[in-house]
Write a protein that binds this ligand. Structure first.
Ligand code: ZN
Length: 141
């Protein structure tokens, strides 16, 4: 018997589909290079964040510009079926906002990294280190 409602299942399926995207892999390897230690897709934390630093009480959400409605050229909905896409994406945005709220309420520091930010890796590296603090604290997770 399937213990999940269809809604839960489709949410999980969409998450599986979004896993291990190129931006996420790039960010993970960048973090590894700097000696950060982290967990992936922790289901016991609101929103199943992509990258979790338990010792730092920090999470990184890696968002595709299109699906999460970033205000950038990549985030623009296609010109056909505009209403359909706007509707879909606004649902995602509401969910993202709720996730950030729930994380913050649980005391997590949250950084959202957008897909378009991987165009400038040097800047992204600074952003990540600025958010996480120096990697020398790696033993704390
Ligand atoms: Zn973007």
């Amino acid at each position: 018997m399937d213990p999940l409602s269809p809604q839960q299942r489709s949410r999980i399926m969409s998450r599986v589909r979004n896993r291990d995207t190129l931006p996420e892999r790039l960010i993970r390897s960048m973090l590894h290079r700097h000696g950060y230690r982290f967990r992936l897709h922790r289901k016991d934390i609101p929103g199943t964040p992509d990258i979790v630093f338990p010792g730092r009480r920090s999470v990184i959400l890696v968002h595709g510009c299109f699906w999460h409605g970033h205000d950038c050229p990549r985030g623009r909905p296609p010109s056909s079926n505009r209403e359909f896409w706007n509707q879909k994406i606004s649902v995602n945005k509401r969910r993202d906002a709720l996730t950030v709220e729930r994380l913050a309420a649980d005391g997590w520091n949250v950084l959202t990294v957008w897909q378009c930010e991987i165009k400038d890796l040097a800047q992204l590296e600074k952003t990540l280190i600025g958010f996480l603090g120096p990697p020398s604290r790696q033993h704390r997770g």
